[in-house]
Write a protein that binds this ligand. Structure first.
Ligand SMILES: [Ca+2]
Ligand SMILES: [Ca+2]
Length: 95
């Protein structure tokens, strides 16, 4: 385990988002998207639409982000652990 994981342990239960060298504390997850009883997702809305942050493996670090624009377009990115970088996985339009 590296230092980044320790950050998550210290604040306990918050989701951590690594974005281009910066680390964001997004607060505790509110939504359980896979119904395993453990909240794993939170959302953030703003002028550019809605962002959905998910910690799919429950290690406290965001590994999937879906950004939904005001026009219904969306773009999902997932954390590529092998290459230590975000990778665009899907784009499209809702509805
Ligand atoms: Ca869950
Ligand atoms: Ca994770």
């Amino acid at each position: 385990m590296d230092d980044l994981t320790n950050v998550g342990d210290e604040i306990g239960g918050h989701l951590i988002w690594h974005d281009d060298g910066r680390v964001w504390d997004l607060g505790p997850p509110l939504v359980d998207t896979d119904n395993d009883g453990i909240p794993d997702t939170l959302t953030r809305s703003g002028p550019d639409g809605l962002e959905i942050f998910t910690d799919t493996d429950h290690d406290g670090e965001i590994d999937k982000v879906i950004a939904i624009g005001p026009d219904g377009s969306y773009e999902s990115t997932t954390w590529d652990d092998a290459n230590r970088q975000w990778r665009a996985t899907d784009t499209g339009r809702l509805g």
